[in-house]
Design a binder for this molecule. Sequence first.
Ligand code: PHE
Length: 337
Amino acid sequence: MKEKIESIVSQLKNELEKDLNLVDLEALRVSYLGKNGKLTELMPLIKTLPNDEKPQFGKWINEAKAEMESLIAHKKNVLLTQQMNEKLANESIDVSLPGMNFKKGSLHPLTLVTNDLEDYFVGQGYKVAEGPELELDYYNFEMMNLGVNHPAREMHDSFYVTSNTLLRTHTSPIQARYMEKSKGDPIAIIAPGKTYRRDPDDRTHSHQFMQCEGLVIDKNISFANLKDTLLSLAKHLFGPERTIRLRPSYFPFTEPSVEVDVSYVDSDGNIGWIEVLGAGMVHPNVLQMGGYDPKIYSGFAFGIGIERIAILKYKIDDIRQFYTNDLRFLNQFKGVL
Ligand code: PHE
C-alpha cells in the first residue's frame, strides 16, 4: 500500500516537472486531490484493512496529501512569479530605443529672406508693420496718391473682390495705415507681405508675390538718408563688394522716384547691374493725407520684391518654384538660416 501511495506522489512530481501553466496546474491538482483524484480514490480502501493497519494507512495518506499540496502550492508560486515577471518585461519602456521620427520641414526661401530683412531692419531700430491682404481701394490707391481717375492705376491690373476692395497690389497701403495710426509721430517701419496682380504666370511673373515696404518719416529726412539706407541694404543682402545705381523713375507716391540696381561682376569680370527695388522720397500729398505736414516732415519709402532677392541670392531660375510646393525645390533650403 505504501508503494502505491509513494508512486502516486512521484507521478505527481514527474508531472510537475513538465511545462505547465496555471490552468494545467489546477487540472493536475483536481486529478490527484479532487473528489475523484488519484489519491482520494485510495481512501475508501481503509475500510478493507484490518483495524491495526488503519491508523498507519491514514497517516500515509495524510502525509502524502500534505506533501502533494505543498508541491502544488510551490509550483503555483513559481508560475505566478514567472507570469508577473513576463508582464513586467512586456510593459517596461526601453528608453534606449530610438524615438519616433517626425519629418522636419524647413523654412520657405521667401520666409528666409523675409526673416533676414526683418532682423536687419529691426537691428537698425525699425518696427515691423502689417496690413490686410484684402485691402480697401482707398488705402491701396487713393491714399497712395493714385486718385480714382489717376492713369497710373492702369499699372496695377488688380483682383477686385467688390468695387472698393481688392487683393492689395503692393505693400504701400501699409504706409498709409501706419501713418494714420501714428498721428504725426516719427515713423521707421518695414512691412513685408503678400501682394497680388493679374499677371499671367511665367518664369519671371507670378500673380502672387511678396514685397517688403520700407517707410521712414521724420523731420529732416533727406535723399542722402535714402541712398545710404539702400546701399547698406544691398551690401547686407549681396555682399560688401556690391554697390548701387539709382535710375530716375516714377511712382505716384514718391517724388523724386528711383529704381535701384545692384552691381555684380560677371564671369568675364565685367560689371553688370540688376534692378532690385523701387524707392523715393514720400510725395507731399501722401504725407499730407497721412496727417504729416510736408513743410515740417519729410520721408523716404522703398518697396523690395522679396522673390527678386531670393532669386538672386539662391540663384533660382523660375519664380513659379516659390509657389508650386515641389519638395525637390523646397528641401534644398533645409538648414539654411
Ligand atoms: N509700391 C511700389 C510697387 O509696387 C514699390 C515702391 C514702394 C516704390 C515704395 C517706391 C516706394 O511697385
